[in-house]
Design a protein around this ligand. Sequence first.
Ligand SMILES: *Cc1c(COP(=O)(O)O)cnc(C)c1O
Length: 406
Amino acid sequence: MNAKPIGPIPADYAGGPQLIVGGRSAADWAAAGTPLYLYDGPAIAARIARFRAAFPSQVVLHYAIKANPFPPLIAAIAPLVDGIDVASAGEMARALAAVPPDAISFAGPGKRDAELAAAISAGVTLNLESEGECARALATGARLGIVPRLAVRVNPDFELRGSGMKMGGRASPFGVDAVRVPALVRHILAAGADWRGFHIYTGSQALSAEAVIEMQGATVALAARLADEIGACPPLVNLGGGFGIPYFPGDIPLDIAAVGAALASALRGLETHYAIELGRWLVGEAGIYLARVIDRKESQGETFLIVDGGLNHHLAATGNFGTVVRRNYPVAVAHRMQDAPEEIVNIVGPLCTPLDRLADRVALPRAEVGDLIAIFASGAYGATASPQAFLGHPPVCETLAAQAPV
Ligand SMILES: *Cc1c(COP(=O)(O)O)cnc(C)c1O
């Protein structure tokens, strides 16, 4: 039986004989309980520094917290970024605990009246998804006696090529079709609201610098064209994000130096302020899911390692969160990082469904009951993107490793 390949283990964690995060072993971190999502704060800070080095200062950085809204993580990231993007009143409350309201923007279709009122009362910018939402926001502002801060999300007439999830270039629940945006912005200005600019988000999980560069160029041009038609300069153009990370065999990291350099040259001479909003790229590779082996069993010539958490905590690693073909995330036995593979195993969670498979026929050193399995690239779309209530197992633990070793 042949092993199937696994995705690339991030270099930060691949070097030693055992997995070390923030100066402590995985076993040490996991002593308080498993399964555990462990987030590496200094690794996130290093990512943000890489972004800053690659992009011109005219481009600010927002954190899209739907990727990972763990409050200690938001608190650690908040001072390092220029804004936080949220997609519900619940996320907005978490963001308000970390940054001032004028650093928050609230996107997402189907905002309830109560959510609009909460955002307007707090002074958070609403990224409007439709004309109807605009009308409700203006009415809510009038009722509250507060001038609402309103940006318009644009459904562009192009999409992000090669991205995992496309959100532009077609009929869409997201944003207002580009051709109707000038009329809507004129309406917002005439109503006396505080127009905050455009939000143009076209997709997620892109690894091709060429595709991102093309998308950003088209986005800058679209914003300029809309501004021309409106006859007013947008205070901020949010260019979206969509920067991907390697998950699977053959995935090559996005060349952000190339993306930054291309954007710098596209923006040369322009006065407008731009933002890039990132979730996954900031936190994804800095998170590790640790689960403990509960049982080893053989069945019809195959070996199964059954661990104490699965798709209930980590839907994405089981291939059930927006993937077409199931492939293996980077995975290792946490105390045997450098050891040669000894066996081919399937790693499954404790749920009574065949969907609950974390790794499919991977070659690993032998793991015994009680050992820790590490799944890498797990910092984004993990705990809150998984059906934790399904089958009634305990919720996953989460910990931020805040300090680099001294
Ligand atoms: C999901 C989302 C993001 C974050 O996407 P990542 O792929 O995690 O960077 C940013 N902006 C909007 C509008 C989103 O819907």
